[in-house]
Design a binder for this molecule. Structure first.
Ligand code: THU
Length: 140
């Protein structure tokens, strides 16, 4: 991994320490890197009404967009718990793929998604994770 990607993975790991996930005990961290070098993080936030859980990636995109970011999304790091699923890398859930796509398409980028596991990092383009995506062009 490049130093830049390593830093993004570390930002996601740090965000995961702030997870509010008392129901699943499954802490996830996400970090978004933009073309201006800025990094925005998110972590999963659960609710006693279980189905209302917010994923780390969706929280990160929401934070970034609330701060005015529109496009320029270059890379995303996602990290799950080191002690679950054999520490294998996790990929964003389907809803988060669509949420990431909305932000990415504003700047016409196809970000690399760094799926960070204990011993392995999978680097997958968003277009690979969400081929033939629904987007705003369909609404014209
Ligand atoms: N979760 C994420 O934050 N991101 C993902 O990509 C997969 C799942 C969260 C949702 C829930 O709080 C917990 O992980 C277990 O599903």
């Amino acid at each position: 991994m490049s130093d830049q990607d390593e830093a993004l993975a570390n930002a996601a790991r740090e965000a995961a320490t702030r997870s509010y996930s008392p129901y699943s005990n499954y802490a996830v961290g996400a970090a978004l890197r933009f073309s201006d070098g800025s990094v925005v993080t998110g972590t999963n936030i659960e609710n006693a009404s279980y189905g209302l859980a917010l994923c780390a990636e969706t929280v990160a995109v929401s934070k970034a967009m609330a701060d005015g970011m529109r496009g320029g999304l270059e890379a995303v790091a996602v990290v799950g718990p080191a002690d679950k699923g054999n520490g294998a890398p996790i990929t964003p859930c389907g809803r988060c793929r669509q949420v990431l796509k909305e932000l990415a398409q504003l700047g016409g980028t196809d970000p690399e998604i760094l799926c960070v596991g204990n011993d392995e990092v999978r680097k997958l383009r968003l277009s690979r994770l969400l081929p033939d995506a629904f987007g705003p062009a369909a609404l014209d």
